[in-house]
Design a protein around this ligand. Structure first.
Ligand SMILES: Nc1nc2c(ncn2[C@@H]2O[C@H](COP(=O)(O)OP(=O)(O)OP(=O)(O)O)[C@@H](O)[C@H]2O)c(=O)[nH]1
Ligand SMILES: [Mg+2]
Length: 317
């Protein structure tokens, strides 16, 4: 067994931190480690929180941690930083907000930046969630900004996905366009102290009438004022309802299956890419000249490369 897996099974927080770094650095031994921790996973409840920049996701996560700790639940948090160059500020803000939890052994918070994710942000995040699960946290919160395909992709690991909206922001249209409406299990109308709540609620309900009119689960809408700690109990209640529903209905199992299937393909894809890049760096790259001179078209060159490497890999087996 990988020594870090062993230490993670003994609830060694420093080993967990080291393991996450290995994953971030896409280290050689990563697959070995993930393989060894896999049997320890599957117990935690994964909750995704997504929404526009500044919607209040981190504030909600922070309050939710406090709430869950009072219920004697342990919490792992993965906060995915937006790719924007401004994320430094947000991170600092989060650090201040989350400071009260840093000394609590029942809480483990990790920020994922694009910078330190050699294996791709989405994959790194999901693997980090797995490591936290193996460590034994009861609940794992995953915060991402709801823009772009890779954020949507990360959310697919979650048992329940909460989408955070604000009144007066035009969020509903964004959510509708981005395809987030379809994957939402719960809507949180945060900053409910600001004007425009009834309008937002009406818009959301009518969108749900269209998108979810025959769905077995209609995402509930909860209002919160995270800065005043209002509505968090209801958020947790609805998340629990959804979790129970998805276990009962077979939805959780179905999601897990789809997710695992994609995960295997993703790993194959990533590992093949790595091998290809390594070998290409070592090879003479004669094809570049052939392609640039026009002797060979790019597509034939690609097919030739592929044939060559796949053939080589098969021979090795
Ligand atoms: N009025 C009001 N302001 C809020 C509320 N919740 C959060 N805020 C403020 O909104 C700002 C953004 O909050 P964050 O929790 O950092 O939002 P976020 O969604 O995590 O932001 P990013 O991670 O940068 O996308 C902060 O200044 C909060 O104080 C609320 O319920 N009401
Ligand atoms: Mg945040």
């Amino acid at each position: 067994m990988h020594p870090l897996a062993e230490r993670i099974s003994n609830k060694d927080e420093r080993a967990l931190a080291r393991a996450i770094s290995l994953v971030e650095n896409d280290a050689e031994e990563k697959l070995e480690l993930l393989k060894d921790i896999h049997p320890m996973t599957g117990r935690a409840q994964y909750i995704g929180l997504t929404g526009s920049p500044g919607a209040g996701k981190s504030s909600l996560v922070n309050r939710l941690i406090t709430y869950l700790r009072k219920q004697k639940l342990t919490v792992g948090v993965v906060a995915v930083d937006p790719t924007s160059p401004f994320s430094g500020g947000a991170l600092l803000g989060d650090r201040v907000r989350m400071a009260e939890h840093f000394t609590d052994a029942g809480v483990f918070i990790r920020s994922m930046g694009t910078r330190g994710s050699l294996g791709g942000l989405s994959r790194t995040t999901k693997e980090t969630v797995r490591l936290m699960d193996a460590f034994g946290f009861d609940v794992i919160l995953i915060e991402t900004v709801g823009v772009g395909q890779s954020e949507l992709d990360i959310m697919k690991i979650a048992d329940s996905i909460a989408v955070v909206l604000n009144p007066g922001s035009g969020d509903v249209v964004q959510v509708f366009k981005a395809g987030i409406m379809e994957i939402a299990d719960l809507f949180i109308v945060n900053k409910a102290d600001l004007p425009g709540v009834p309008k937002l609620l009406a818009e959301l309900e009518s969108m749900l009438d269209i998108v979810k009119h025959d769905a077995p689960w209609r995402p509930p809408i909860v209002q919160t004022v995270s800065v005043r700690n209002e509505g968090l109990e209801e958020v947790w209640q609805r998340l629990t309802d959804h979790f129970e529903y998805s276990k009962r209905s077979g939805e959780r199992e179905a999601r897990r299956k789809t997710f695992l299937e994609r995960e295997v393909i993703e790993v194959v894809h990533a590992e093949m890419m790595k091998k290809l890049v390594d070998r290409e760096q070592a090879s003479d790259k004669g094809w570049i000249e052939d392609v640039t001179s026009g002797a060979v078209d790019p597509y034939s060159a690609a097919v030739q490369l592929l044939d060559h490497y796949v053939g080589e890999m098969m021979k090795k087996k």
